[in-house]
Design a protein around this ligand. Structure first.
Ligand code: PLP
Length: 974
């Protein structure tokens, strides 16, 4: 590792950046060049970035230089990543347990996973500029709903285990039984059982893991049941009778299942299930040491309005054409603060898009052929082993063969490893072999050899699917699953969809709180390298030596950046980091006999996930008010702390605040809460204003989550993936997430003392399916920090703050900036108040957001944290030209608003109300009081590079009344 970087910001040479120059990456990541930064600073009367830091960041919280390795060039960082990758051993993976090798079609890998048009897109809250990814997600929902035989599927869950846990709480809300017991089939993936236990405990749900193989349900009441189909052991059992019995006992039933198996198996909906969950990983998404992958959930129509997560639905636009948008929620409907039913926000959109395109590309026949080949190979293997005298435990299975090998399991698994194959060992006597799409005859030979059954290549196939479980119904009948079989057709379909969308590869996305910064190509490159992409999460840790070294370094750097003592990278979104952090607080209080500390103070302006996470952690939310300046009302805080002193668990604050201001009361706030025995949770979503400038762990925080998909350059993927590490002070270290199978697998097996050599694992249980969550995208954040160095990160932070203040100053006279600090500064984002404009002219935030699409921009964050406002965050990555282009567009829009206000255009018919305008509007009749040119080529928009939104303004309410969440028939588009 290189020496520590102590250089200060003043001496960077921007004149000759070369990819070999250690300073060059920071100069490219940071958008404004030296003259640009000078102009930005001059506009706010600051001499340099250090002066700005003095003016904006409260002195009490400022930190010294980051002790990080000196930055390296892009070339050097990639060489280091290559060296780390070389320490990994991607074996032939036949472990199974929810993770299967898959053949990622090249056209999907390159044109989605490696294509910024897809991976740099934002969550489709602005549907008119998101029709491409919304269509892809609708395909995903249609595929899941068809295969599971259930009415409605959502647009992804974080993983299979959290989907199962959400199924448990969904069932609890909707089942008739008022029991607190939830029964889980013992033949369920261990990680799923672990996450269910973590989620159940704070909610007072009693999880009963029961062996249901005999077809008997436990005695006594229970509100719900989770079955696995196929089971973790590979067994396929017809569950129809058990489900009927559970229904007779007023419980609802969720089934954890496998989409590939369902091409051959009777659908869960057809055997009576109310909910189906699982992972779509084996539909063309790399293993990646456990993630990211798209989990799924599908439900019957009677509970569709209770579905957590995002749901894409069909509605129509202002011209009556079908159009897609997120249904039942402008923002997440299920994150209704303390009435929340789930905290999921960022999901797994990019991976759901990949899985959907795998289904589109293969179609129903292709998927069935893949499934038959997998199943056939599993039967052949079982036959060969049986012929050699090995006891095959189940004769009903799809892809996983479980062998009873008394006392020989370790020896067999070791022999397979010597032949390059990872198998699963369950105790001393059992081995499981899981066949995938990538399994070849040579792999089967190696496995047979490991069992001492080599040569017996001709044993009759053994076992199969129970007859009662055979699928007879059709699936994927929609034309979209039949029209793109050639690579040419597929390539063009992907291009056609991505061309409909505005992502970071076309425009700045100035979304406050979401930090849409550069996702540099050099950061992205390692993600698809087979040495990272091909690792099974339960492979022996030695297989992942290089990736775990990278994990260790990243944890160390995040500890240095945040000022905390330890970091867990397991949570796979900010929401899950919040839950993990609050569970750590809960565990800490419980360890001191303070179980009664359950009150969580949350400011009125907090992000919805905060309150939702608190409820999920078994806490009671008490809201703290804000004063007229937007700051936390310290008098109210002191009063609430006094009232709840005995039961105070924590306060959750975002810093800088969601109002985009550095509040100078943060240290005092921490003291007040600590004095009453509470813990301080600092929501780290706004860490982009703090890195290298202040450390939450040093200014009063006990725990924070970070969003690596905001501050640390993991792309947003159109709404996921994410990584939400939880960082804690020393006293909370024992309460970090753990995992039942961390660092185990083939060499160690299920009975080993798991994760004992990994000090980052604590005691609150698992919050994600995989031990290191979305491990395969961690090289992105690693590369960012490695190439920026401490000083580069600090300059990035201060540039982001400088640019936000520049925008605030330029736009204030047109759209008043709602909150600033006492000296008139904002932090890294600013809230533009449109409420007076709306009151005076009728022009709403919606109108401005849609009109920005006509100008080729993605809208800022709408109505969060204050209704009727826009929150703008430029980040450090936008150069001055783009920032000015945005300001110019906003000022031109203000000119249009003024014309509405002056009566030049009527309030009901003007370019804002009519926005966005489509290419279709260039032809045919035109009956508006403004011209076509004013509509589609407003100031600054060049006809030669014009982006046309593919649909006009979408009517969301219509779609919510008439909920349609799978692909509409093709005639609808006639
Ligand atoms: C983005 C955000 C979250 C939630 O993070 P996800 O990764 O979407 O789950 C929480 N709090 C704030 C302030 C945020 O901006």
């Amino acid at each position: 590792m290189s020496p520590i970087d102590h250089t200060s910001g003043a001496h960077v040479d921007f004149s000759a950046p070369s990819p070999l120059d250690p300073q060059s990456f920071a100069a490219r990541h940071i958008g404004p060049d030296a003259p640009g930064i000078a102009a930005i600073l001059q506009a706010q009367d600051q001499a340099d970035l250090d002066a700005l830091a003095d003016a904006v960041v409260p002195a009490a919280i400022r930190s010294g230089a980051l002790q990080l390795p000196a930055p390296v060039s892009e070339v050097a960082a990639l060489a280091e990543l290559r060296a780390l990758a070389a320490k990994n051993t991607p074996m032939v993976q036949m472990i199974g347990l929810g993770y299967h090798d898959t053949l990622v079609p090249g056209v999907i890998k390159r044109n989605i996973l490696e294509n910024p048009a897809w991976y740099t897109a934002y969550t489709p809250y602005q549907p008119e500029i998101s029709q491409g990814r919304l269509e892809a997600l609708l395909n995903f929902q249609t595929a899941v709903s068809d295969l599971t035989g259930l009415d409605v599927a959502n647009a992804s869950m974080l993983d299979e285990a959290t989907a199962a846990a959400e199924a448990m709480t969904l069932i609890r809300r909707t089942a008739r039984s008022k029991s607190a017991r939830f029964v889980v089939d013992a033949d369920t993936l261990p990680q799923t059982v672990a996450v269910i236990r973590t989620r159940a405990e704070p909610l007072g749900i009693d999880v009963v893991v029961a062996d249901l193989a005999g077809g008997e349900l436990p005695v006594g009441d229970f509100f719900g049941l989770l079955l696995s189909y196929p089971g973790a052991s590979g067994a396929v059992v017809d569950h129809a009778e058990l489900i009927a019995e559970a229904h007779r006992r007023e419980a609802k039933v969720a089934v954890a299942t496998d989409l590939l198996a369902l091409t051959l198996l009777r659908a869960p909906g057809e055997i009576g299930a109310d909910v189906a969950v699982g992972s779509s990983q084996r539909f063309g998404v790399p293993l990646g040491f456990g993630g990211p992958h798209a989990g799924f959930m599908a439900v019957r129509a009677d509970i569709q309005r209770q579905l957590p997560g995002r749901l894409v639905g069909v509605s129509h636009d202002s011209h009556g054409n079908p159009a897609y948008r997120l249904a039942l929620q402008t923002r997440e409907q299920h994150i209704r603060r303390e009435k929340a039913t789930s905290n999921i926000c960022t999901a797994q959109v990019l991976l759901a898009v990949m899985a959907s395109m795998y289904a589109v590309y293969h179609g129903p026949e292709g998927l069935r052929r893949i499934a038959e080949r997998v199943h056939g190979r599993a039967r052949t293997l079982a036959g060969r082993l049986a012929a050699a005298g090995v006891e095959v435990e189940h004769d009903g299975f799809f892809d996983t063969v479980r062998l009873h090998v008394p006392g020989r399991a370790a020896e067999i698994v070791g022999a397979a490893r010597d032949l390059g194959v990872n198998l699963w060992r369950d105790g001393a006597d059992h081995v499981q072999v899981s066949v995938s799409e990538a399994t070849t005859d040579e792999h089967l030979d190696a496995v047979a050899g490991a069992f001492g059954a080599s040569g017996a290549g001709d044993g009759a196939a053994f076992g199969g699917l129970p007859e009662a479980a055979a699928r007879t119904s059709e699936f994927l009948t929609h034309p979209v699953f039949h029209e793109y079989r050639s690579e040419t057709a597929m390539l063009r379909y992907l291009r056609r969809l991505s061309d409909k969308d505005l992502a970071l590869d076309r425009t700045m996305i100035p979304l406050g709180s979401c930090t849409m910064k550069l996702n540099a190509t050099a950061e992205m490159e390692a993600v698809t390298w087979p040495e990272f992409a091909g690792l099974h999460p339960y492979a022996p840790v030695s297989d992942a030596a290089g990736l775990l070294e990278l994990v260790g370094q990243l944890e160390e750097w995040l500890v240095e950046i945040t000022g905390y003592a330890a970091v867990s990278l397991q949570p796979n979104a900010g929401s899950q980091g919040e839950l993990a952090g609050l569970l750590a607080i809960r565990g800490y209080h419980a360890s001191r006999g303070d179980e009664h500390r359950t009150v969580c103070l949350i400011p009125a302006s907090a992000h919805g996930t905060n309150a939702a996470s608190a409820v999920m952690a078994g806490m009671r939310v008490v809201v703290v008010g804000t004063d007229t300046g937007g700051n936390i009302d310290m008098d109210d805080l002191r009063a609430k702390v006094a009232v709840h002193a005995d039961s105070l668990a924590a306060i959750m604050v975002t810093y800088p605040s969601t109002h985009g201001v550095f509040e100078d009361t943060i240290t005092e706030l921490s003291e007040v809460v600590h004095a009453a025995g509470g813990q301080v949770y600092v929501d780290g979503a706004n860490l982009n204003a703090l890195v290298g400038v202040a450390r939450p762990g040093a200014f009063g925080g006990d725990v924070s989550h970070l969003n690596l998909h905001k501050t640390f350059c993991i792309p947003h993927g159109g709404g996921g993936p994410g990584v939400g590490p939880v960082a804690v002070a020393e006293h909370l270290r024992p309460f970090l997430p753990s995992h039942p199978l961390a660092g185990s697998a083939a060499a160690a097996g299920r009975d080993a003392e798991l994760g004992a050599d990994r000090p980052e694992f604590g005691s609150i249980g698992a919050v994600s399916a995989a031990p290191w969550g979305s491990a395969s995208i961690l090289p992105i954040s690693w590369a960012y920090i490695r190439m920026m160095g401490g000083d580069g990160l600090r300059r990035a932070t201060l540039t982001a703050i400088a640019s936000a203040n520049y925008i605030a100053r330029r736009l204030d006279e047109h759209f008043p900036v709602l909150y600033t600090d006492a000296r008139g500064f904002v932090a890294h984002e600013c809230i533009l108040d449109l409420r007076p404009i709306t009151a005076a002219t009728g022009v709403s935030v919606d109108d401005v957001a849609k009109r920005l699409a006509d100008y080729g921009f993605h809208a800022p964050t709408m109505s969060f944290p204050v209704a009727g406002t826009l929150m703008v965050e430029p980040t450090e990555s936008e150069d001055l030209r783009e920032i000015n282009r945005f300001c110019d567009a906003m000022i031109a829009i203000k000119g249009e608003i003024d014309k509405v206000g002056a009566g030049v255009w009527p309030a009901t018919d003007n370019p804002l109300r009519g926005a966005p305008h489509t290419a279709e509007e260039l032809a045919g009749d035109w009956e508006h009081p403004y011209t076509r040119a004013e509509a589609v080529f407003p100031a600054g928009v060049l006809p030669s590079s014009k982006y046309f939104p593919p649909v006009g303004r979408i009517d969301g309410a219509f779609g919510d009344r008439n909920l349609v969440c799978s692909c509409p028939p093709i005639e609808a588009f006639a």
